[in-house]
Ligand binder design. Structure first.
Ligand SMILES: [Zn+2]
Length: 215
């Protein structure tokens, strides 16, 4: 649907086209609206803050998440002092106009505590959770888990598993539950290979997000 309230990726439309969401916002009696920031690549909810009309306007123009601080009584651009900015990829409004959802690429930890998310680092979203689990398994006892065993073993073993799982995907019965299971195995082992190489298992999601944004 090409609802003006749901403009999709910013790169598809000039920033001014986002006026569509600004017009639909229903501010509360204090002139504020809730703003939820979600990692555009992983789907993780990173933080929630308040925006007034100026904060939202600045956010949409600068593509840097900007909020209204109720405690300090001033606008604050996230990361202006800490460097931990949130680059805005897209903006949407919820069904009744009282919550703004920003899809963002975090430049650093979103939380002032240094955590990736204000809701903790254990990653409620499945892929971030799996990625952190795999990364943590590098330090685990190989007896403890299948992932730890592969992570401590030679790289070729993990790489070969990726190849085997890819072949099982190719050979799986079309339209079958088995195909779904094989794709799950392939994704799991591909993430494991990145963890084996001490790369971020979530990095491919950033690559996909960049492609979506046309970068
Ligand atoms: Zn926080």
């Amino acid at each position: 649907m090409s609802d003006a309230r749901h403009p999709g990726p910013l790169s598809d439309a000039p920033v001014l086209a986002l006026g569509g969401i600004a017009e639909g916002v229903r501010y509360d009696a204090d002139g504020l609206v809730v703003c939820v920031c979600q990692d555009a690549a992983t789907g993780e909810v990173l933080m929630v803050a308040w925006q007034d009309e100026r904060a939202l306007d600045r956010t949409l123009r600068s593509r840097r998440a900007t909020f209204w601080s109720r405690s300090r009584g001033e606008l604050w651009e996230k990361g202006a002092t800490s460097g931990n900015a949130l680059d805005v990829e897209w903006a949407r409004l919820d069904c009744d106009g009282d919550t703004v959802l920003l899809g963002v690429t975090p430049v650093g930890p979103a939380c002032h505590t240094g955590a990736r998310s204000c809701f903790g680092d254990d990653g409620a979203a499945l892929l971030p959770h799996l990625a952190r689990l795999l990364t943590s398994r590098r330090a685990a006892d190989p007896q403890d888990s299948y992932a730890a065993r592969l992570l401590h073993g030679p790289r070729e073993h993990t790489a070969r598993k990726v190849g085997e799982e890819a072949l099982e995907v190719v050979l799986a019965e079309p339209r079958s539950e088995a195909l779904v299971g094989e794709v799950a195995d392939l994704v799991f082992h591909a993430l494991l290979l990145l963890a084996h190489d001490e790369l971020d298992p979530l990095a491919p999601l950033r690559v996909l997000q960049d492609r979506r944004a046309g970068r």
